[in-house]
Design a protein around this ligand. Structure first.
Ligand code: ADP
Length: 476
């Protein structure tokens, strides 16, 4: 059993949960301890006790631990990437790439620890100086989802520690493996006791206990809208900082003047890679009528060649859906779209493979309308719908006609339309001739409207959430 980490000690629990490989349900990755309310409270306690000392460590000390952690993750990227693919189901190439990305995030924030700056200004009153400085927030609760088992924990944990906060971390139930490895690496690389506490367990128990605890100063969450709303309400009740990353219904606009090959590649990657289980996935393909039929034809052709199978097989391009419940949800959305008048142009079926996993054909639904349920709600699977539009103006209006605003893409060779779209897409991320998914680790990531709440994550913008600003006036 892989234990919890509380106050620098590994802690076993009476109950453990199996981590099951979605490519092959007979493959048990490992068993993981399950925290309850009292373990969660002990973890918050440990983080609160560790805070005064950790918040005063030198930038060099924080740099060294984050750097050693990034180096070790990078050196072990094949091994950890394989574990990631086993527990989550994304293909090995993607699992290794995500692990390398997590390593680079730690290395980036190792450097950021040495670059915490402030401002020094003259007061508007004579003889007085003003300093604006950054301080750590305190105890940060981190709650993560299953779709990026190492990158999302990394992009929350690394900045939290970089800026001198202590952490209580709850990974998603389905993917505790990579999170356990991060905790183990940090501990072995010298992170003092209590600075990061790992409490695996159920959201409704462990997550809720974190939200209910007065001693938590900030919560950073990535997951569903429903849970995000719950987290936001609890944080406002306690007047604590909150940062939420939630769903998307990301549009990819394809204009008549697009390069067809580029557009097809953007759609295949954005809609179906990582089994479509990315909050930045392209789920609405908004296509102008001059290219519509050619685009659908070429995309369907490309989709028919996609290899869906066990995530660890070298030829696999698309792995399984994460679990039975998600597969059921995907199928319900496909059936719903068909009942609403959509045409299942490609895929739609559950696949049988050598191993017993949750394999779903990449699915393309054409002849859909913006108001259909398939175009309003996030599916979170390898499913994309096509909306035919007359021209650019209608494409932009449809792209923005959604409560979400995470990522928006356009495929065009027109500078005029690309520039206009960049300025007018109601999204936190805009992609021109690129898939809506796939972002760099050193620049901000986040959305608008119902997709996100609070300051941006990643890059130097991460400091907005993980620090408090202090303005100090001095009369010498
Ligand atoms: P997903 O559909 O991605 O699993 P969830 O919002 O259900 O989205 O889960 C995201 C994270 O939120 C997971 O770590 C989950 O355990 C946690 N979570 C679920 N319910 C709660 C809750 N009531 N309070 C706090 N965290 C929760």
């Amino acid at each position: 059993m892989k234990p919890l980490l509380i106050g620098g000690e590994w802690v076993d629990t009476p109950q453990a949960v199996s981590n099951i490989n979605p490519s092959d349900v007979s493959d048990i990755v490992d068993r993981y301890a399950q925290a309850g309310i009292s373990e969660t409270q002990s973890a918050v306690d440990a983080a609160a006790h560790a805070f005064p000392q950790w918040s005063r460590t030198t930038p060099q000390a924080r740099h060294d631990i984050l750097k050693a952690t990034g180096d070790e993750i990078l050196a072990r990227k094949e091994e950890i990437g394989t574990l990631l693919s086993r527990e989550e189901g994304k293909i090995l190439r993607e699992g290794i790439a995500e692990t390398a990305r997590a390593a680079h995030i730690f290395l980036f924030f190792a450097g950021e620890a040495l670059r915490v700056t402030g401002d020094s200004l003259a007061s508007v009153r004579p003889g007085i100086g003003v300093e604006v400085t950054r301080e750590p927030v305190g105890v940060v609760s981190i709650i993560t989802p299953w779709n990026f088992p190492i990158a999302i924990p990394a992009w929350k944990i690394a900045p939290a520690l970089c800026f001198g906060n202590t952490v209580v971390f709850k990974p998603a139930e389905l993917v505790p493996g990579c999170s356990w490895i991060i905790a183990d690496i940090l501990k072995r690389n010298g992170l003092p006791a209590g600075v990061l506490n790992l409490v695996m367990g159920r959201g409704s128990v462990v997550g809720q206990a974190m939200l209910d605890d007065e001693r938590v100063d900030a919560v950073t969450f990535t997951g569903s809208i429903e849970t995000g709303n719950r987290v936001a309400e609890a944080c406002v009740r306690h007047m604590r900082k909150v940062q939420l990353e939630m769903g998307g219904k990301n549009p990819l606009v394809v204009l008549d003047d697009a390069d067809l090959d580029v557009a097809v590649e953007c759609a295949v990657d954005g809609s179906f890679y990582s089994t479509g289980q990315r909050c930045t996935a392209s789920s609405r393909l908004i296509v102008t009528e001059g290219i519509h039929n050619r685009f659908i034809e070429a995309l369907a052709e490309r989709m028919r060649g996609l290899v869906v199978d066990h995530a660890l097989k070298t030829e696999t391009e698309i792995g399984p859906v994460v679990d039975a419940a998600q597969l059921e949800q995907d199928r319900n959305y496909i059936d719903g779209a068909r009942n609403d008048g959509g045409n299942i142009r490609c895929g739609g079926g559950v696949l049988t493979r050598q191993t017993d996993g949750f394999f779903l054909e990449p699915t393309l639904i054409t002849e859909t309308h913006p108001h259909m349920r398939i175009n309003r709600e996030e599916v979170f699977g390898p499913v994309a719908s096509v909306i035919r539009v007359r021209g650019y103006d209608e494409a932009l209006a449809v792209a923005n006609d959604t409560p979400f605003g995470l990522s928006a893409g356009i495929c065009t060779t027109s500078l005029k339309h690309a520039s206009h779209f960049k300025q007018n897409a109601e999204a936190g991320l805009v992609m021109v001739n690129l898939p809506t998914a796939g972002v760099d680790y050193h620049v901000p990531m986040g959305g608008r409207k119902r997709s996100s709440f609070g300051p941006r994550e990643q890059g130097s913008y991460a400091r907005e959430f993980f620090t408090e600003v202090k303005t100090a006036y001095t009369r010498p």
